[in-house]
Design a protein around this ligand. Structure first.
Ligand SMILES: Cc1cc2nc3c(=O)[nH]c(=O)nc-3n(C[C@H](O)[C@H](O)[C@H](O)COP(=O)(O)O)c2cc1C
Length: 174
């Protein structure tokens, strides 16, 4: 178990993956972490579809390269589609909190990956049509995000976080 802040600092978007395959159990543990995320009214409006190696990997990697972006995805061994669904009690897709809920789950997924020595990159710039086909989603399923998962290539250094300063983001109201 890593210190919480170490985990936060160690999670970074990886754009250089080794070819080392990802153990299925590690991805299951990531989804277990995602599943435990909070959501508005506990609606849990998510699903996770995994391509881990195999014959779908190449088309999944291509679909992650929307509009010529994300060429680095070519070598990544695994991709996870984060899918938006109606809520547990049949609530319709929530326009206000839907993506927010999915973001919380995606973050827990990525932190669980980091904790297990894996690296991730959330991918918003995917080709939706290609990705739904590659990940075997039905036309009705809403693909919100892809997450690239794998082991970072040797020499992929831990970067300093480029963030707004604490002073810039924090204000105590009086
Ligand atoms: C919703 C979302 C979509 C993203 N889409 C992409 C993407 O398509 N390609 C990419 O290389 N990085 C993508 N990123 C990663 C961000 O660029 C990255 O999180 C940000 O620059 C901060 O860097 P860090 O994750 O290494 O701390 C995405 C991140 C989020 C949260």
């Amino acid at each position: 178990m890593k210190d919480f802040f170490d985990l936060i600092r160690m999670r970074q978007s990886c754009r250089s993956f080794s070819e080392k395959p990802v153990e299925k159990e590690k991805i299951v543990r990531c989804v277990e972490a995602a599943r435990l995320a909070p959501s508005a009214c506990n609606s849990q409006p998510w699903g996770f579809v995994v391509v881990n190696g195999g014959k779908l990997r190449e088309s999944a990697a291509q679909s992650a390269q929307g509009a010529g972006a994300n060429h680095w995805a070519e070598n990544c061994p695994a991709f996870v589609a984060v899918v938006e669904r109606s809520g547990l009690a049949g609530e319709p897709v929530d326009q206000k909190w839907g993506k927010f809920n999915l973001g919380l789950a995606a973050m827990q997924f990525c932190l669980a990956a980091t904790e297990q020595g894996l690296s991730t990159c959330m991918i918003g710039a995917f080709d939706e049509e290609k990705a739904k086909k590659a990940m075997r989603l039905s036309p009705e399923e809403r693909l919100c995000l892809l997450i690239a998962v794998g082991y970072a290539a040797d020499g992929d250094p831990l970067r300093k976080k480029d963030r707004r300063s604490l002073r810039d983001v924090l204000r105590f109201a009086e």
